[in-house]
Design a protein around this ligand. Structure first.
Ligand code: SF4
Length: 368
């Protein structure tokens, strides 16, 4: 049943989108000598083109390792954009999905942003078309508009705040304390989680991540019974009954940190399995198990791994650098970028204030 604070989605055929996503062919996997040659070529091209590689935690291990080895970074979407901004390279190569390339371009309008696969989408972004979203904002103009980072540049441009999963609760708590009501988009699970924690008045867009949506609480309970020594780490894009079983609910960065700081020898992890590469580095010797996506009502074709993230590979990364052409370059309308930057910047300033303020309360004015 739809909760009474849900905003009806525009006419998007969610089933068709999911089916197409799970049928998306992954980037071709290169092994042996060909892989070695490609790695060497990419390193040379990064150097020649004055470019830096930033990769998301959910991309292939080869890409994450390459980013680390070449002085780039592996992180979440916002840190990827921030890193690209601070780095002197003139070109940022983003291994991830489209909204991440756009966020990098918003924060770095003067730099070129290239991606191995411009067709790599995100179901949250796709569920929230700019026109329909803008209409919802107009219909609820008394509300402060807070959007998740997994949105297009146009949607960010319509928002008052952009947030990541690591700061969403703190921003909404801040707005709630100021008496503001929220229009939240697009992830319904993260929105519901933030609402539960803060008690804020939130209208929720009804998008979801096709990967996290597949985690199943019934199967997770069985796995927990088999591993009573394990801590359960859950990303808040997961369904509410899965979140309810978590020892820690957190962003990708917080999940990696939990693996380091919790004493448990075993972790059951409900997020994309690409994150295991960094978790193993952060906590060597510990055991990581994918949270189950199988069982009744499962429909995924590539359990616990985003089909769009899987479109990034060594071959198309090399092509992006080699061809340097429009089929790999991200463009954001400068006006839209400028407007979106304001909402992103508001979050960055807030995060900075949080760091500075030991009490955890930032003194930041909300938008009018
Ligand atoms: S894992 Fe989910 S939220 Fe992340 S890019 Fe893929 S579809 Fe989007």
């Amino acid at each position: 049943m739809r909760p009474n604070n849900a905003i009806s989605l525009p006419a998007i055929d969610d089933k068709v989108m999911r089916k197409q996503a799970w049928q998306t062919p992954p980037a071709s996997h290169v092994t042996g000598k060909a892989r070695e040659r490609l790695l060497a070529r990419i390193k040379q091209l990064l150097d020649e083109k004055n470019a830096v590689l930033v990769a998301h935690y959910y991309t292939d291990e080869d890409l994450q390792k390459l980013a680390d080895d070449t002085g780039g970074c592996v992180s979440d979407s916002l840190e990827m954009a921030r890193f690209g901004h601070a780095h002197p390279a003139k070109t940022i190569v983003v291994a991830g999905v489209r909204f991440m390339g756009e966020t990098a371009k918003i924060l770095n309008p003067e730099k070129r942003v290239l991606m191995p696969a411009l067709e790599a989408e995100c179901s949250l972004d796709l569920s929230c078309p700019a026109d329909a979203f803008s209409a919802a904002c107009d219909a609820h103009s008394d509300r402060t508009v807070v959007v998740y980072a997994n949105t297009s540049a146009q949607v960010k441009a319509r928002a008052d705040w952009v947030v990541t999963s690591s700061i969403a609760t703190k921003v909404v708590q801040h707005l709630y304390e100021r008496g503001e009501k929220i229009l939240w988009a697009p992830d319904r699970y993260l929105g519901a989680y933030v609402q539960e924690v803060t008690g804020a008045d939130m209208l929720l867009w009804q998008g979801s991540c096709i990967v996290h949506d597949e985690f199943k609480a019934s199967e997770l309970r069985k796995l927990m019974d088999k591993h009573p020594e394990a801590a359960v780490l859950v990303h808040p894009e997961s369904p509410q009954d899965v979140i309810a079983l978590a020892d820690i609910v957190g962003s990708t960065t917080e999940i990696i940190k939990a693996a380091q700081t919790l004493p448990n020898p075993v972790f059951i992890v409900a997020t994309d399995r690409g994150i295991f590469y960094k978790m193993q580095q952060a906590a060597p010797g510990k055991t990581f198990i994918e949270a189950p996506t199988g069982g009744i009502a499962a429909s995924c074709g590539s359990c616990a791994h985003c089909p769009w993230m899987a479109m990034n590979g060594l071959q198309n990364l090399a092509e992006a650098l080699e061809n340097d052409g429009p089929e790999h370059e991200i463009h954001v309308d400068p006006e839209v970028g400028l407007q979106a930057m304001k909402a992103v910047k508001r979050m960055l300033d807030f995060a900075e204030q949080l760091k500075l303020n030991a009490t955890g309360k930032a003194n930041i004015a909300s938008p009018a």
